[in-house]
Design a protein around this ligand. Structure first.
Ligand code: ZN
Length: 306
């Protein structure tokens, strides 16, 4: 009898311990429509949940991906949410017909943001002129539907701000997702009231003038930060990157287990998010629990997640 009681107690303890150890996180950007997940999406989502990622926003980067993202929200209700947009790389694929269809997708309640949209002058897969035209379409749609904008920007900071300024006073909340720019650019976005999305890029950026500086010198307000994996991209390579000792020390065994067992450079997964949050927290000299709580709260508020 006594043994039985002991056993019940220890199970309770384990459950409590797990609750305590696990963060509650929201991945605001994962490309789960990527064909790299076509064989085992169920396991990917289960693992994400085990790691503490309770909700994931599936990024719509084209008409096709936006349609597929919405379909996934119906299979995993209250776990997955979608966005609808055309990535600046794909701006050249814009047609009036496809835009009509995208607008209809965007009206669904599971679609919580307009984008991914914006400007990418880094590779110019689409002509800058086309990118600007398609970006403006997204801004107008977000204003009309009163949904936040999910923005991508690479080497196009000035133009992006200039275009957004044309809509001053009418703009919905804006997330600059997967921020990879300079410290000064981040400050300019924050000054406009925008949110900043951080990813495993934190490992890649070795400059003294970028994301790390933003976190280290206390310029990143916790109430404007959200976290994302951008999976299958942006693998946080904690081994190869020269992370400061205190940041390395901030990584827990548990988050490293998910990162090293399931994520690779070829295919990152949402379950790498706890490791990213621990690094952000260490750079900010805050507790990971505090960063987890704040970023989840921000995501819920910004995107109206239930
Ligand atoms: Zn992007």
């Amino acid at each position: 009898m006594a043994a039985q009681i002991d056993q019940t107690e220890s199970i309770d303890n384990i459950t409590m311990k797990e609750c305590y150890e696990n963060y509650i996180l929201i991945d605001v950007g994962a490309n789960l429509t990527n064909k790299k997940y076509s064989r085992d999406l169920d396991s990917v989502i289960l693992r994400a949940k085990d790691s503490g990622v309770q909700k994931i926003m599936v990024t719509g980067t084209s008409l096709k991906a936006s349609k597929e993202a919405l379909r996934l929200t119906r299979i995993y209700p209250n776990t997955l949410y979608s966005t609808a947009g055309i990535h600046p790389h794909d701006a050249k694929s814009y047609t009036d017909e496809s835009w009509e269809e995208l607008q209809r997708l965007a009206e669904n309640i599971e679609c919580v943001a307009i984008g991914e949209c914006g400007l990418d002058y880094n590779r110019n897969f689409s002509e800058p002129e086309d990118q600007r035209m398609v970006f403006k379409k997204h801004i107008k749609l977000a204003i009309e539907l009163k949904k936040p904008l999910f923005v991508h920007e690479r080497d196009a900071h000035e133009d992006l701000l200039q275009i957004l300024d044309e809509f001053k006073g009418k703009l919905p909340p804006i997330l600059v997702h997967c921020f990879t720019g300079s410290f000064e650019h981040a400050l300019a976005y924050l000054d406009k009231g925008f949110y900043i999305g951080l990813t495993g890029y934190l490992c890649k950026d070795k400059s003294d003038t970028g994301v790390r500086k933003l976190l280290e010198n206390g310029s990143m307000p916790l109430d404007r930060l959200v976290v994302e994996t951008d999976a299958p991209f942006m693998y946080p390579n904690t081994r190869a990157s020269k992370l400061p000792t205190h940041v390395k020390d901030g990584l827990t065994e548990r988050s490293m287990m998910f990162l090293h067992r399931y994520c690779t450079f070829q295919r990152n997964e949402p379950c790498s998010l706890p490791a990213i949050v621990e690094m952000i927290a260490a750079f900010m000299k805050k507790k990971p629990e505090e960063v987890a709580l704040a970023t989840s709260f921000n995501a819920m508020k910004l995107f109206g997640l239930s």
